[in-house]
Design a protein around this ligand. Sequence first.
Ligand SMILES: [Zn+2]
Length: 393
Amino acid sequence: MVAVLLAFFIAPVFTNFPGGSVGGVEWLAENHVRISVEGQANHERRNRQANWYYFRIDGYPLKELRIELSDLVGEYNGRLGTHAVDESTHPVYSYDGITWTHFSQVEWDAKQLRLSFRFTPERSPFWIAHTPPYTEKEFGVLETTVEANPMLRRESVGKTVEGREIPLWTITDPAAPPSGKKTVWLMFRQHAWESGSSWVCDGAVRALLAEGDEAAALRRMVTWKIFPMADPDGVAHGGVRFNRSGYDLNRNWDAIDTTKEPEIAAEHLAVKQWLDGGNRIDAFLTVHNTETSEYLEGPASCRPLVERLHKILEKETSFNPTRRKWQDAASTTSPGKKGGMTVDQGLSAEFGICAMLMEQMVARNAKLGGFPTVVQRQQFGGQLVKAMAKAFE
Ligand SMILES: [Zn+2]
């Protein structure tokens, strides 16, 4: 027997850019690559979630490639065996890192729990990700666009585990008297994989700083306090849902620790100082992504406002609730155990403010006619701030 050494061309897979992430790469044939998803677990090595991948392939010929995503199984809120990626979550590709297109067809292997899809690239290199990425690069583009606007004030409320600044942006018309103004706090991107949250933020900021009467009214009526990037470390590293110390930044609002979760501590202090300074908070909203569900929830104590906002969003925007109506939030995600409070649960309990949480799906949204695009997320950001202002009328 003569040993035959089968050699074939292997195109390199890169993740050396903001938000880049894969677990491992295995070429099974020259037109078939298996990519394991890195996933991220918390400080107790629990709750592994594996739904962020973002990579570039260089030098692959312009012919069909089969890409298979593996190692997708993890745990959610202590429930083992969960997986966020399946046939309802179609990856996106791009040739320039700016314009992203969803793959129209995928195959889900329910036994092996692997997602695969076929791609015939028209150019090289190309990028592939779970959802259209939004990293410090895209955030930098937004900052450059709006930084000179006199209606915007930017500050940092503290530093992350790795020393990155935690931004807080204030948008309002300084000439309009504060006495008649409402105050709305918005928070985006507590979880690194949820780039859709950031695209909504991007659109909201652009809408609030736009020219024209409608935007001017939004700035006269409301002081907008915005945390645009609540987990900058996670976003830079291509993380999933825990900070660099392994803590979920949308839990632990009842177990704040300046060392383990400096991000929560800094955001919490900013809210507290605002209130201690004699200011009001009429509404707070944190915006998240899930794979297939979309909803708004808030505390029972401000049910009329939550219900009104839900109605406006349902009627006038692309918000497409998968629950039949708005819902009272639970007081924690882990009854009897500290560390389970989300930001809205924590702020409602501690300060009695109307703090809400919104989830938006990354799967097909019938109201949008397909998978949410970057432009549709940005448009929703504008719709969201208008709806919030309207809910106060
Ligand atoms: Zn989230």
